[in-house]
Design a protein around this ligand. Structure first.
Ligand code: MN3
Length: 383
């Protein structure tokens, strides 16, 4: 593999730390920038190990502290949202891994695209909120958007070698179903943050784990898939697959279904996005079919977990509605984790914000951020 210069946004999170594990293994993956929201302790360790050109801490106060701590090195330390864009657009970078959580990933990703960087996309909010801007920019600047999300990586892997985009009939998007699969609406009322933070198959950050349990995550992934693979929302079918072994599939016009399977481990999708189109060896964690014995598939319960239906609606209507869906969820999950609202209220508040927001057909970046602020306020201010 040719050497790659990689900027890692969100290097102290789940995607970021696994990206660095891969870089540790493959010496021709050079880390040229690192950024974190506030975990300067780990960020300093990473900076001293990988010696990037730029390190950014979004929390400006902590950035100032880290600057002093790294004064003995040549590393440039930046802070704030602007610093995050600096980290994403470092001249030497050819690929940016966007492992940050939330809408904060949108602006630096757009900036990186405009500087001609390929994007290893782990931040789903980027496409959910600004898909129309991002895909257009990627086309204009001739850069690749390589999916890191395991489902989208699976779909991407399944269409390699496809003759024409018209041959895609359907996307089969798998969902683990989360920890509350099979529960009734009544049973959801007493769910605590601790219960929701236990995911059966995947080890992820708190926000994504809660989103998996409400199926909001699957909804965001539907909208993400719509943009990445230019398909209609109606042509994306969600399948509950409890084992998280079949990471998603594509059904073609001749009814052939091609899927990617593997052990539930984010390292493969991250590595594939970094080494694409090459496949490099991966140590351990092979898929043991015998251990699983059988794989199951089921219809999602969209009556109880209706956030998925809300996402579908948002994805179909488009405009700024997916931003409302996403930002209302970010605020609602925050309130839930702080013990301020109940578990069913997460979906209730998303629905409420979607009803209250003014629709914008083709929102600009500023209008996306305005929508974001409005949706959050609406959720936080509801008594
Ligand atoms: Mn996923």
């Amino acid at each position: 593999m040719n050497s790659k210069n990689v900027a890692v946004l969100g290097s102290t999170g789940s995607i970021g730390t696994q990206t660095l594990e891969i870089a540790r293994e493959y010496k021709n993956i050079n880390i040229v920038s690192l950024s974190a929201y506030s975990n300067t302790e780990l960020l300093e360790k990473q900076a001293r190990e990988f010696l990037p050109e730029v390190v950014c801490v979004v929390d400006e106060k902590k950035a100032a502290e880290l600057k002093i701590r790294l004064a003995d090195t040549d590393i440039k330390v930046t802070g704030g949202a602007e610093g995050l864009s600096d980290a994403a657009t470092v001249k030497s970078a050819d690929t940016v891994v966007t492992g940050v959580v939330g809408i904060s990933g949108l602006k630096p990703t757009l900036d990186a695209i405009k500087e001609g960087k390929n994007i290893a996309l782990a931040n789903k909010e980027t496409l959910v909120t600004g898909g129309h801007l991002v895909m257009k920019a990627a086309e204009n600047y001739n850069v690749k958007i390589l999916p890191v999300d395991s489902e989208h990586s699976a779909i991407f892997q399944s269409i390699q070698g496809m003759n024409s985009h018209r041959e895609i009939k359907k996307i089969l998007l798998t969902a683990s179903g989360g920890p509350f699969y099979g529960k009734t609406a009544d049973e959801l009322k007493n769910i605590t943050p601790e219960m929701a933070l236990k995911h059966p198959n995947w080890n992820m950050g708190a926000k994504v784990t809660i989103d998996s349990s409400t199926l909001v995550n699957k909804g965001l992934e539907m909208i993400e898939a719509k943009w990445l693979f230019s398909v209609d929302i109606d042509d994306i079918k969600v399948l509950v697959h409890r084992q998280s072994v079949l990471h998603s599939a594509v059904e073609f016009t001749d009814n052939a279904v091609i899927a990617q399977l593997g052990a539930p481990d984010m390292k493969l999708p991250i590595q594939y996005a970094l080494t694409y189109p090459e496949r490099l060896p991966m140590h351990g964690n092979e898929l043991d079919f015998i251990k699983y014995g059988s794989l199951t598939f089921d219809e999602p319960d969209t009556k109880t977990f209706y956030a998925l239906e809300l996402a579908k609606k948002a994805g179909k209507r488009g405009g700024n509605l997916p931003t409302v869906f996403n930002s209302a969820d970010e605020a609602a999950v925050d309130l839930f984790l702080k013990g301020k609202i109940s578990y069913p209220q997460i979906s209730e508040r998303i629905q409420y914000a979607m009803e209250k927001s003014a629709f914008k057909e083709n929102p600009s970046l500023d209008e996306i951020f305005e929508t974001d602020a409005f949706a959050r306020e609406t959720v936080y201010n509801l008594k």
